[in-house]
Design a protein. Structure first.
Length: 309
């Protein structure tokens, strides 16, 4: 794909830029404080590989690597503006925090809470699968009419789907099913308190939710699927889930809360998979990463060269 080739070219180009020594960081940092634009550009170019290295930690969490790098570059520029060369620590230590924060905010901003009947989540997922299948058979992108006909959807459901899929262009009025954008603080505070008729969706990656559930403990995944109506047309009550799984109602509530926090930590906060996912889930993530096309160079894994090395 063209985007993959562009990424490969970008990674090769930034790999040619020498890293800075501690002395060079201090010198350039002082010049940046004095408004030296050339020094600022030098610091940006010399630290682009750091951004790639940090961005890689957030792969498979809802944004492609190119977008993660773009978000991280914004954080790098903020770090350069705020860096104090007299503080006595390396710039990379300071910049990493800013890069991570902007990437996390970028992930959060791609998430929308859509207040729709939970059974629609499954229909939306089927819509995406049908679109892919029809595209392969027709040799072109299918129209909404063709997808709706293929799935046998009612006119009402088709309209809701079309509006929901367009939410990536802004807040779309769905009447009683309004799209609500959460602020970062609100999302962090309420990630474990979503009502049963709400579900966190990325409008352009609905299948991601199902893929993530395949990575976690099967019992935890079952709780979320039943609680949010991903296996049936209606979300299940805590009592019904408890009876189905043979555990207490309180245990179901605890599992729901803990699992949502865990997924939020992995998807948004960038917590390593090894820290929160079972071994089988970690193996699956590594398998997917190994099957992805790898650029010829860059992405922060190769030994970093300094001037004169």
């Amino acid at each position: 794909m063209a985007s993959d080739r562009c990424l490969e070219t970008y990674l090769r180009e930034i790999d040619e830029v020498p890293l800075l020594s501690a002395e060079e960081e201090v010198e350039l940092g002082r010049r940046v404080q004095q408004g030296d634009e050339a020094a600022r550009e030098h610091m940006i170019r010399a630290n682009l590989r750091l951004v790639v290295s940090v961005a890689k930690r957030f792969r498979n969490r809802g944004l492609p690597l190119q977008d993660l790098i773009a978000e991280g570059n914004i954080g790098l520029m903020k770090a350069i503006e705020k860096f104090d060369p007299e503080a006595g620590f390396r710039f990379s230590t300071y910049a990493t925090w800013w890069i991570q924060q902007t990437i996390r905010r970028g992930l959060i901003n791609t998430v929308k809470t859509v207040r729709i009947p939970s059974y629609m989540v499954e229909i939306l997922t089927k819509w995406g699968r049908a679109s892919t299948a029809l595209g392969q058979s027709l040799g072109r992108q299918p129209s909404t009419e063709e997808i709706a006909k293929h799935l046998g959807l009612s006119q009402k459901n088709r309209r809701v789907i079309e509006q929901t899929l367009n939410t990536n262009q802004g807040t779309t009025d769905l009447g009683d099913d309004a799209v609500v954008h959460r602020s970062e603080a609100e999302y962090n505070d309420n990630a474990h308190r979503m009502a049963p008729d709400e579900i966190v969706l990325r409008s352009d990656a609905l299948q991601t939710m199902h893929e993530i559930l395949e990575l976690i403990d099967p019992t935890e995944a079952s709780v979320l699927r039943m609680r949010y109506g991903l296996e049936d047309e209606q979300p299940a009550t805590l009592e019904k889930i408890a009876k189905t799984l043979g555990i207490s109602r309180e245990r179901v509530r605890q599992m729901e809360r803990a699992t949502l926090r865990k997924l939020h930590a992995y998807v948004v906060e960038g917590v390593p998979a090894e820290d929160i996912l079972p071994e089988a889930g970690v193996r699956e993530i590594r398998r997917k990463q190994q099957t992805q096309p790898r650029p010829e160079s860059g992405e922060g894994d190769s030994p970093r060269r300094r001037k004169g090395a």
